[in-house]
Design a protein around this ligand. Sequence first.
Ligand code: AMP
Length: 357
Amino acid sequence: MTRVNPGGTIGILGGGQLGRMLALAAANLGYRCHIFCPEENSPAFQVADTTTVASYTNEEALIDFAQSVDVATYEFENVPGNTADTVSAHTLLRPGARALTVTQDRLTEKQFLNDAGVETAPYQAFHTADELEAAFKTIGRPSVAKTRRFGYDGKGQQLIKTPKDLELVLDVTQNMPAILEGFIPFDREISVIVARSASGDVAAYPVGENVHTNHILDTTDVPAAVSDRIEATAKVLATKVANALDYIGVMGVEMFVTDSTGQIIVNEIAPRVHNSGHWTMDGAHTSQFEQHIRAICDLPLGDTQARGKVRMKNLLGEDILNLDEFLEDPTASVHHYGKSDPRPGRKMGHVTWVKTE
Ligand code: AMP
């Protein structure tokens, strides 16, 4: 039996805001959560039934954690492979380890997408200076160099517009395996939050339009200002990705819409609930967090419709100090992640506005 009923315990690897919002949604459905995270005082600990503070390489702690839960999941994609293997040897791990191996490396991710018939930016792998030169001959400029692993929020990336930019690449990639990808002159960035349950049912949310500032998500608007054709195609692509991975849970699929032809190019997939899906907490019939819990527990998936026009704005760093401005706005739904140190760029909370008329 793959269904986990309310009353059961869900294990979450990672104790950040995503783990926190998953635990809150799980509690609403009658589940308990056990959070495993190396950092003390993690945001998710404040709302969880049980917590373990231990390293992701602590096998004994991982086994105890896995044996204490009915199903385990994760809130970040860089869960080490050995950690996933240990947990999945002792409990159900959803999404499974394959979603992690495919998405942890930009090269395997792009190969997987292309094999599934999903278009990406053109790319070529490189490591050494000679390989970079060869990749540059093929891809040309403008292009973007990115480390294959552990890059996020623009870290480990170098945009190449001029010959001088090319000289910076190996400093930025720091001798780590990397890819060079063609720069896509996009008109808009969109994303699809899609859920696939343990029974194989799939439900995609309306497409969100994302604006990034300094490589960090600033706002998401729903509906996206795209044609019905783009809206439908984006959802089909996300569904294709979830099915091809035999995925269980919620994932975020980030895409570029190009200006000239309205073509969709997939940039990245995140095997977890996604920042660009936070609008669903107040703006959709079922939040992405509840949907993830439903999917991994093999409950029926919830309705993904938007309740109206929705805008989500991230509160980064010291934005959180202006909380009263949002608390005094009767149309704003405020989410504070319970973090105390507002470092620049740190995700401290978000605000959502829903217009239903
Ligand atoms: P990533 O880390 O791949 O999500 O990239 C972060 C952001 O950089 C994206 O959201 C885009 O705004 C920009 N970007 C990344 N790759 C490309 C590309 N190939 N073409 C154009 N913009 C890109």
